[in-house]
Design a protein around this ligand. Structure first.
Ligand code: GLP
Length: 256
């Protein structure tokens, strides 16, 4: 038997949606189908501007009586180290604002790394243990940082394995400063699931929008797999779906 070309073996599904709204709707439908198939599933969730629309779609589905999150467990990818849950830029606050406070989820089953606890080793070990106790993550939602990061796994020499504390890169601090009063208010560190944690999810779903991400989308999903572009490792995930809006997919039309 001849050797298969890498592209033939690659199981990643790459979808260029018709619009940013269509990207959100398709991603929400994917998440909804997991919840419908297993009402007690474990979802990995993400923050950022990109998933806001899909969370609104999930809230609408819940309000229309189509979906219940009563038995769902969630684990968020990351949290700023040093921000309390009440801080309006904390990821716990974001999740409550965009999803948790509008659906029937049991808030005790929603997990976000404990940003207010400075004991990094304790926070990270507890997070890994909680994920293991929940039976692992069924579907992990991911956004893509402009430098190729997933969660807060920044470009590095190696792929970090487990949940850990990271020093944010200047470019991430810069990119995220738009949401803070001043760049000096952006935390310099974060707790994030590791690449190993993310790769252990049984399925992953990546959403990306905007022309400013077009270059990194091409690199991450069609370029070499390297820790310099952390998201590129998702090419090796056995069950990965990437949904991008037309602007973010612009350079991949002939590759997808
Ligand atoms: C942040 C988050 C990531 C997110 C990324 C992209 O840094 N830690 O999880 O995917 O930003 O965010 P946006 O969708 O706002 O571009």
């Amino acid at each position: 038997m001849g050797a298969m070309a890498w592209n033939e073996r690659m199981s990643m599904e790459f979808i260029i949606a018709e619009s940013a709204e269509d990207m959100g709707r398709r991603a929400a439908d994917r998440i909804a189908s997991f919840v419908e198939a297993d009402p007690a599933c474990v979802l990995g969730l993400a923050t950022g501007t990109t998933p806001i629309g899909l969370y609104a779609d999930l809230v609408a589905d819940f309000k229309a009586g189509k979906l219940s999150f009563a038995e769902v467990t969630t684990f968020n990818l990351d949290e700023y180290r040093g921000l309390a849950p009440e801080h309006d830029q904390s990821y716990r606050y974001f999740m409550k604002k965009h999803l948790f406070d509008h659906i029937d989820i049991d808030q005790a089953r929603t997990h976000v790394p404990e940003g207010a606890n400075p004991d990094a080793d304790a926070v990270c070990a507890a997070y890994e243990q909680a994920i293991a106790e929940a039976g692992g993550i069924d579907l992990q939602l991911l956004g893509l940082g402009p430098n190729g990061h997933i969660g807060f796994n920044e470009p590095e020499d190696t792929f970090p394995k487990a949940t850990h504390c990271v020093d944010l890169t200047e470019s991430t601090i810069q990119a995220n400063s738009r949401l803070f009063d001043s760049i000096d208010d952006v935390p310099r560190q974060a707790y994030t699931m590791g690449i190993g944690t993310i790769m252990a999810a049984r399925s992953v779903l990546v959403v990306v929008e905007g022309a400013h991400k077009a270059e990194i989308v091409k690199k991450a999903f069609f370029g070499p797999v390297t820790p310099e572009v952390p998201a590129s490792i998702l090419q090796f995930h056995p069950n990965a779906t990437v949904i991008v809006d037309p602007a973010a997919g612009e350079l991949c039309r002939d590759l997808a």
